[in-house]
Design a protein around this ligand. Structure first.
Ligand code: SF4
Ligand code: SF4
Ligand code: SF4
Length: 223
């Protein structure tokens, strides 16, 4: 027999043996799965949780994260009465108010940011008087005053804190409410009971960053 034929016959025998054994192995696997009463294909059809799928972020509510204030005199029913006509915005002589539109409802309401531009608590309440819907209600300042938030001092930014002397009293001079800004160890303190949170002291403070911040009583949610 030629060497080539001898090699071919040898290979045939090896392959025949291998195929026989493969059949045995396949049957053994099938048998094993049938014991578990679960065909092999099911393993691959079982839905697998896609762990790489990015988690959906919860839908952000249209809240004013940088706290804003409603105009002075905002009534309890402000959000149902205000039509977003912007008359109060146009009437403000200090250009304090601005419109904010809710992404969810498309409704627009007037706001202001006392940390950026203060309300001057006008004696004639131009904004309140301009409101045709009664959404803003007039104040008698001798009786009560608006409450937008409250002023808080940041000692490390205050000039007096740096110089150790009463070098500056701009906040006290700017405050329209008597005895609301008082100095202790040269640093200003703000009387919570009388402070309106109007922001006039913030506006007058000459430092950067400002040594006063208006913190809001509550965050407003647009509805
Ligand atoms: S009180 Fe005066 S400054 Fe304040 S929002 Fe009304 S009009 Fe503007
Ligand atoms: S004037 Fe009255 S109704 Fe018009 S936007 Fe101002 S608060 Fe709303
Ligand atoms: S302390 Fe500042 S925020 Fe408070 S009423 Fe006076 S000026 Fe307005």
């Amino acid at each position: 027999m030629k060497r080539k034929d001898l090699f071919r016959d040898g290979m045939k025998s090896v392959m025949k043996f291998a195929f026989t054994k493969t059949d045995d192995v396949t049957s053994a696997i099938k048998e094993a799965w049938s014991e578990e009463k679960k065909p092999p294909s099911e393993i691959f059809l079982t839905p697998v949780k896609n762990i790489s799928e990015p988690k959906k972020k919860p839908k952000r509510k249209n809240s004013i994260f940088r706290s804003l204030s409603l105009p002075p005199g905002a009534s309890k029913d402000f959000f149902s009465l205000c039509t977003g006509c912007n008359e109060c915005i146009f009437s403000c002589p200090y250009i304090v108010l601005f419109p904010v539109t809710s992404e969810e409802t498309g409704k627009t309401f007037p706001f202001f940011d006392p940390n950026a531009k203060a309300c001057h608590l006008c004696s004639d309440w131009a904004c309140i008087n301009a409101c045709p819907e009664g959404a803003l209600v007039s104040y008698d300042l001798s009786d009560t005053s608006p409450k937008f938030g409250k002023a808080k001092g940041i000692g490390e930014h205050c000039i007096n804190g740096k110089t150790g002397e009463k070098t500056c009293e701009a906040c006290q001079l700017a405050c329209p409410i008597e005895k609301t800004v008082n100095f202790r160890a040269n640093l200003p303190f703000f009387a919570t009971s009388t402070c309106t949170g109007c922001g006039l002291c913030v506006e007058a403070c000459p430092t950067f960053p400002k040594a006063i911040q208006i913190s809001h009583l509550s965050k407003i949610k647009l509805t």
